[in-house]
Design a binder for this molecule. Structure first.
Ligand code: NAD
Length: 292
């Protein structure tokens, strides 16, 4: 199978490198020449345009910053791809944009799916990403071995758009739960509780969640959490703000009464305007403490 890979940035470059390692022929393109040259060094065949990259491809993977980049790129490449080519967008984009991109591809005589990821740059490099796929059954079956070469879990969430839907719903839980855990630690501090005491109780009680037990926002209880490493991401505040913004837009579009999700989106949008953008999202605990 010949693969075109468009968008060879922080995530795309290591993902494409893992496809090369797995034995696929990968034709790559990125607008940024430095990114393109770096990918060529790990075996990606560098092409001079997105159109050139997709010309002979069976599968086209995009890993671009946002929905508008995906839609603009599709407008350029759909007309030059072979009829019936499968397009898999792994970028994180608005559910509405994901569905629009899939419709564009279908209207042009191709097949399309969304497959956003979680796991960050570390997961992209180690091929341990989780893929959340929105595709029909046949397209999912065709793409699954390729996605598996870049990740540890590939979950079929439903039809096109369902992967993005799963991703933003999950991250809405994560954003709100990290704020809740952080508020509890700051309240505990004021009440004279040690971090360890609160952790020992909540991690074995009904407050248990990933934000507490894996990505604990205070240093100490979970040695591997970013809080013990100057809040280096991990999952950067800017990306959490982006994902919660996408969740908020879906909440509004569908009239859902998601007060916590919308509030979490506002809190992380403000956090990402400052130095929080480059810190792990668990550093929100410091903002809560400063404001208390
Ligand atoms: P990035 O900015 O490092 O990479 C994006 C690349 O796309 C850049 O190299 C840019 O030059 C290129 N690009 C933009 N428009 C293009 C076009 N029309 N044609 C070709 N190349 C083009 O971003 P990233 O961190 O790799 O993230 C990519 C996507 O993955 C985003 O949607 C992001 O939300 C999502 N994501 C990122 C992470 C993470 O930890 N970085 C985790 C999960 C999901």
């Amino acid at each position: 199978m010949t693969i075109a890979f468009i968008g060879l940035g922080n995530m795309g470059a290591p993902m494409a490198a893992n496809l090369v390692k797995a034995g696929y022929v990968v034709h790559g393109f990125d607008l940024d020449e430095t990114a393109l040259n770096a990918a060529a060094e790990v075996g990606v065949r560098a092409e001079s345009s997105a159109g050139a990259a997709v010309a002979g491809a069976d599968l086209v993977i995009t890993m671009l910053p946002a929905g508008r980049h995906v839609l603009a790129c599709y407008a350029e490449i759909l007309p030059v791809a072979r009829p019936g080519t499968l397009f898999a967008d792994c970028s994180t984009v608005d559910v509405a944009d994901a569905r629009a991109a899939a419709e564009m591809a279908l209207a042009a005589g191709h097949r399309a799916m969304d497959a956003p990821v979680s796991g960050g740059v570390v997961g992209a490099s180690a091929a341990t990403l989780t893929f959340m796929a929105g595709a029909n059954a046949a397209d999912f079956a065709e793409a699954e071995p390729v996605l598996s070469a870049m990740g540890r879990r590939v979950v079929h969430c439903g039809d096109p758009g369902a992967g993005q839907a799963a991703k933003i719903c999950n991250n809405m839980i994560l954003g709100a739960s990290m704020i809740a855990v952080s508020e509890a630690f700051v309240l505990g501090e004021r009440l004279g509780l040690t971090h360890q005491a609160l952790f020992d109780v909540a991690s074995a009680a009904s407050g248990q969640c990933w934000a507490l037990t894996t990505n604990c926002p205070v240093p100490g209880p979970v040695p591997a959490s970013p809080a013990n490493h100057d809040y280096r991401p991990g999952f950067a505040g800017a990306l959490m703000a982006k994902d919660l913004g996408l969740a908020a837009s879906a909440v509004h579009a569908h009239g859902v009464s998601a007060e916590l999700g919308l509030h979490a989106a506002q809190i992380y949008a403000a956090f990402a305007e400052g130095e929080g953008a480059g810190q792990d999202f668990s550093a929100i605990v410091n903002t809560i403490r400063e404001r208390s």
